[in-house]
Design a protein around this ligand. Structure first.
Ligand code: FMN
Length: 167
């Protein structure tokens, strides 16, 4: 089998947008920082999100059957740290540190998100350490045009929108 740390080092070269996946429902509220998000199809509009099976969020999302994918702005690096459990904030207090409101599915939408995709889970596939959640988008909330947050080479970086780029 391929060396796990080599795979992780290799994946650090694949830059990816940083999002916070939130959920609320019968199992309560949760939120976690992710990069494993991809578009699957636009008819019906569907995303995939991979969440570690050992995480508290995984169990909560399975029970709630809904998620919101909140794409973070560069200025919100601290939100990424909080929801990755890296800012010393306990999981149950994470939402006290961010302005949020409820989306169509009841999942929290982070008010400062560049864009929020509120979704219903349509399928779940277990794959090794992670669950792949296929999620049908039921509402999109577009935020302000600001720089995006990307994780590359184990560090956070900003990506400016085209209109703000220096020629
Ligand atoms: C930049 C970054 C990207 C991450 N991407 C993912 C991801 O795609 N899927 C995942 O399950 N965890 C990911 N994590 C780890 C989770 O954010 C972290 O382990 C989580 O907050 C702990 O899970 P819990 O709080 O739901 O128990 C990432 C962490 C960082 C810092």
């Amino acid at each position: 089998m391929l060396d796990q740390s080599l795979f992780r080092t290799a994946m650090s070269k694949l830059g990816a947008a940083v999002s916070v996946v939130t959920s609320d429902g019968v199992a309560g509220k949760c939120g976690t920082t992710v990069t494993a998000v991809s578009s699957v199809t636009d008819s019906p509009a569907t995303l995939l999100v991979c969440i570690n099976r050992n995480s508290w969020s995984n169990k909560t999302i399975k029970a709630n059957g809904r998620i919101c994918v909140n794409v973070l702005a560069h200025e919100d690096e601290e939100i990424a740290r909080i929801f990755a459990g890296m800012a010393g904030v306990p999981a149950e207090l994470r939402f006290d540190h961010v302005a949020h409101h409820q989306g169509t599915t009841g999942a929290p939408i982070l008010t400062s998100a560049l864009v929020a995709f509120d979704c219903r889970i349509s399928e779940m596939v277990e794959c090794g350490s992670h669950t792949i959640f296929l999620a049908e988008v039921v509402q999109i909330e577009l935020g302000e045009d600001r720089a995006g947050l990307v994780y590359f080479d184990r560090h956070y970086h900003g990506v400016a929108p085209t209109a703000q780029r220096i020629a």
